[in-house]
Each structure stands twice: as C-alpha cells, then as structure tokens.
Design a protein around this ligand. Structure first.
Ligand code: NAI
Ligand code: MG
Length: 354
C-alpha cells in the first residue's frame, strides 16, 4: 500500500515526522506500506510556485491514501488568492472528490478535565460524526443577492441533495458503524425541510441493507442539545454538510484539546485524505512543542478506513492511550505542574508503547 505524505507548513513537518516514526515502526513489524513525501500549501508555493504542484497531485492520485500535516503561514498572506496555501488543500479535496468527512470525538479519560463539560459527562466519550462534504446549501444553485418586488435586497441560497449523494454518504456511515458499536443516528430537519424528508427516506432505505446496525433519526436542534446533555448516547452521527459543519465543531469542544483531534475525508472508493483538525499553528511552529497525537491518530484512521488494516489502527490507538495513561504530555494537554515533553519525545513515547 502506498501513502502520500504531505507535511505542508508551520508545525506540519514537525508533527508529520512523528507519524512517520510510527509508520517506520509498523513496517519493521511487517506492515506492507511504503510512502513518499511531497510539498503542499506554502511549501508547494516555495518549491514550485503553486500550492498544489502537479507532481504532488499526481502522487496523491496514485497513492492509496494521503496523510497531511497542515497548511498556511502569515508570510503567504499577501499572495493572490489562487497562490495561497489553503487553495492547495481546497483543490486536492475537490480533485479527489472527497465527499465524506469523518470526525471522531474521543475523550481519553486522563484528559477529561480539559473538556468544556464536566469530566464525568464526557469520560469514555467515543463518537464519530460522518458529514457530507460536497453538497447541501453550501453548493446548491441558484444563490445570490437580488432585489425583491418591494425594492429591498434579499439574499438566497438553495439547499439541495440528490438521492445518490445521500445514499453514498449513508453507506459510509453504516460501514463505519460496523467497525464500531453498530449504531447510526441520522440528523436532519425533516419536520421542516423537504431535503431532509428525502434524506430520511433514503437513509432508512440504505439502513435496510445493514440489519446489524441500529438506525435512529434526530432533528438537528435536538441533536445540538443532546450533544451537550448526554453525548455518550451517540456512536455514529450521520448528517449533511451544514448541520455537520456546526455539530462537528460543537463535538470537538467536548474533547477540549485541538491537538488530539484527527479527521478523514473519503471518496467513493475509501481512498482518503487524513489530517489533524487543527491548522499550522504559526505561533508555536519551529519550537518542537506541538502535539503530534492528532496526526498520529489520523494515521490510525488512514490504516483503518483506506488500507483496511484494522488491527494496526487499533495498535496505534492503544499505544496513544498507553502514553496518555503514563502521564506523558505535550504543553497543550499538560495539567498544571506537569513538565511538558517535546513533539519528538511524544512521538518516541508512542513508538516505545507500540
Ligand atoms: P490553528 O489550529 O493553527 O491554531 C489554533 C491554536 O491552537 C494556536 O494557539 C495553536 O498554537 C494551537 N494548536 C494547534 N495545533 C496544535 C498542536 N498540534 N499542538 C499544540 N497546539 C496546537 O488555527 P489558526 O491559528 O486559526 O490558524 C493558523 C494557520 O493554520 C492559518 O494559516 C490557517 O489558515 C491555517 N489552518 C489550516 C488548516 C488545515 O491545514 N487544515 C485548518 C485550520 C487552519
Ligand atoms: Mg467549521
């Protein structure tokens, strides 16, 4: 299996280097993987004058999966929009048709105190949000600002979902649930929106193909409340682009630490791009203090969802759990009075736990 490694900018190269250490260790134990590095974002611009160089895109297309660090740095702010680092990320998502965004919210018991909620409410939390990423009101046509009959300006957007778009994201959610606790909660607004009525009908039909997975439905306003009231009731949350945008940010705060959150964006063939939820953290770049665990956990997702290497994925996740249990902390997750370790020392600790 081939992995394209795109470190990017800021802390990207520092955190990705630690994930590569983990890969090296797994390969030594017999895992059949190889990888190649290529520049993206500001690094792509520096090397080739393009945030997504053609050679990087070709490598990403040929790979089975992509591991990305982060893009962006203040020194590129003055560039024209199409040369900016973020364009590299937006373009690669579009080129690879990554329509399924997977964001787990997992609370390691040792870090439960960092949550925005009371520790007992989130200890043991392990949910996965599956968000549709290429449809919905963010892309629907027509859209614009027009003058209405009363001579007043009005803005309008169109919420639209085709059956096929709903079906393919539903399959992703049910398949993910099979690797977990076998529950899908589909979130919509079917009491008000026509798109949601169709969404509910199609998801229910797809659900019949997965009799081993329990399907429930919830309105989005209730889901927002339940995430705070009792988040542990959820296993997989399946939802559209806009509701997923909002709910995934809400869920990330349940865990309290941005340096811990991985993500995946998948295409129709389980090829995917894996990256930490956080950005390039220019304020700490180059200091060797960034937390590499979000990237290492993104690698675990890569092994699980794109390479079908579930056992290796679990091994990496168990190693991260063991390191946290042993009290090793980078600065962002260190309790008061605990001396934080460097990015490299955290990576070494995970490798040692493996
Ligand atoms: P950010 O996520 O880079 O940083 C927010 C805060 O969290 C900072 O204080 C940072 O030091 C801290 N932080 C982030 N990751 C950390 C880690 N692994 N360990 C310890 N602390 C960590 O978001 P911000 O500051 O809004 O954006 C900075 C740059 O990153 C911008 O250029 C932005 O466009 C880019 N960005 C890129 C993303 C991506 O590549 N997917 C996503 C979000 C932002
Ligand atoms: Mg958002």
């Amino acid at each position: 299996m081939k992995i394209a490694i795109l470190p990017g900018d800021g802390i990207g190269p520092e955190i990705v280097a630690e994930a590569v250490k983990v890969l090296e260790r797994l390969r030594r134990d017999g895992l059949d993987v190889e990888w190649t590095h290529a520049p993206i974002g500001g690094a792509g611009y520096d090397a080739y004058g393009d945030p997504l160089p053609a050679s990087t895109l070709a490598l990403a297309k040929a790979a089975d999966a992509i591991l990305l660090g982060a893009v962006g740095a203040p020194k590129y702010d003055a560039l024209p929009r199409e040369k900016r680092p973020e364009q590299g990320l937006l373009r690669i998502r579009k080129e690879l048709e990554l329509f399924a965004n997977l964001r787990p919210a997992l609370v390691h018991d040792e870090l439960a105190a960092a949550s925005a909620l009371k520790p007992e409410r989130v200890a043991g939390l392990d949910l996965l949000i599956v968000r549709e990423l290429t449809g919905d009101i963010y892309f629907g046509q027509p859209r614009g600002i027009r003058v209405n009959a009363a001579g007043e300006r009005e803005g309008f957007d169109t919420m639209v979902y085709a059956e096929g778009e709903i079906r393919r994201i539903a399959h992703v959610a049910f398949q993910a649930a099979r690797k977990r606790r076998k529950q899908v909660c589909s979130v919509d607004k079917a009491n008000v929106l026509e798109t949601s009525r169709l969404w509910r009908e199609v998801v229910t039909a797809v659900g019949r193909e997965y009799p081993d997975v329990a399907l429930t439905h919830m309105y989005v306003d209730n889901a927002a409340m339940q995430l705070v009231r009792n988040p542990k009731q959820f296993d997989v949350i399946l939802t559209g682009n806009m509701f997923g945008d909002i709910l995934s940010d809400e869920a990330s705060m349940l865990t309290g630490s941005i340096g811990m959150l991985p993500s995946a964006s998948l295409d129709a063939h389980n090829k995917g791009l894996y990256e930490p939820v956080h950005g390039s953290a220019p304020d700490i770049a180059g200091q060797g203090v960034a937390n590499p665990l979000a990237t290492i956990l993104s690698l675990a997702m890569l092994l699980r969802y794109s390479l079908g290497m579930e056992e290796a994925a679990r091994r990496v996740e168990r190693a991260v759990g063991a390191v946290l249990a042993s009290g090793v902390r980078t600065a962002d997750i260190a309790e008061p009075g605990v001396k934080p370790v460097s990015t490299a020392a955290m990576g070494d600790a995970v490798v040692a736990a493996l």
